[in-house]
Design a protein around this ligand. Sequence first.
Ligand code: URA
Length: 428
Amino acid sequence: FDAVDVIRTKRDGGSLDPAMIDWVIDAYTRGAVAEEQMSALLMSIFLRGMNAAEISGWTGAMIRSGSRLDFGSLRRDGKPLPTADKHSTGGVGDKITLPLGPLVASYGVAVPQLSGRGLGHTGGTLDKLESIPGWRADLTSAAMTTQLEDVGAVVCAAGADLAPADRKLYALRDVTGTVDCLPLIASSIMSKKIAEGTGALVLDVKVGSGAFMKTRDDAAALARTMVDLGRDAGVATVALLTDMSTPLGRAVGNAVEVAEAQEVLAGGGPSDVVELTVALAVEMLEAAGVSGVDPANALADGRAMDTWRRMIAGQGGDPDAALPAARETDVVVAERGGVIERLDALAVGTAAWRLGAGRARKEDDVQAAAGITLHAKPGDRVTAGDRLMTLHSDTPETFSRARESLNGSVTYSETPASPIPLILGRVA
Ligand code: URA
């Protein structure tokens, strides 16, 4: 094949055949197709789309660009250990992985989470967990297996050999305006999750201002494509569509989100975080063959907290250590009275990022203590001057830029509106 022929085929609205896709992904991963050629092909895909067969071929080629993990040999008490994982398409205040892994593991299903770091306005699970003194993401695969068999839950950094084609393509998409493209998002996420080797997968597809997909229809189409890709690869896959018009819970950042996750594990915490954690746990357990349990019980009776403590300790962390606190705080108050109608997720995520909770470039460090705590959420009534949120940062010069991104992020009404439901749909 010739890269220019592949680009012309897609540019002119044709479909790429499987051999062409295999060739172009392999040649690009090896460096034999140039960045400018792949940029042109990605833009052609962005404009022309891909059919189901092309998306499936593209996903398969990205899986084959690296190695595939296999958890089929995990055993506990001599019996095979089922595996289930969750992937969220990314949200603001989305710390659900933290309580969810230990919760599901409390019911005898192993949760091998390979997570990423945050880039842009959504945080990364590894960045959050690294605010716990001593905690490490870089486990060997032998240590990961041992922790899965003993504790049942692990959160690691994905190795360089997991879908390396996606790693290269994602970085290129980021700088060529081709990230928000359904076929490319679906193949990117699913190549990594299928290569990870989980037996069951639950997708949390976010809808709203803080998400890739701004409308329910777009999110449903993305969910459908990903569920079909998973099922075709032999992974039991279901998706929930969930609201991301406002942040999840009352904490957005790193250490502040760990603290909130610990409240949920202790049987408390904000009701939206608890609701989504339990709903996703039910789906993961069912997909892994465990039905008829109410995971809320393991939050209430301490089993999930016990598994969390063993998971953190197993990776070098001290579950009892004090979490870092920011050097400075700044309080944002309500400009007027009324019922909060909207508290925009993207604005809060961007503000937390500017405070130092996220990074602008891959090589930047994040501040463990930076972030935002919300004192009021949509549906709450406030009077002028009430505290709306507290900004936390070690770099107080960021407060004014963070406040700028919060301009217009809160709207008020006189009467309570009916709240947007958190769980908007299910795709199986
Ligand atoms: N997350 C991914 O891993 N890939 C995408 O393309 C978008 C979100």
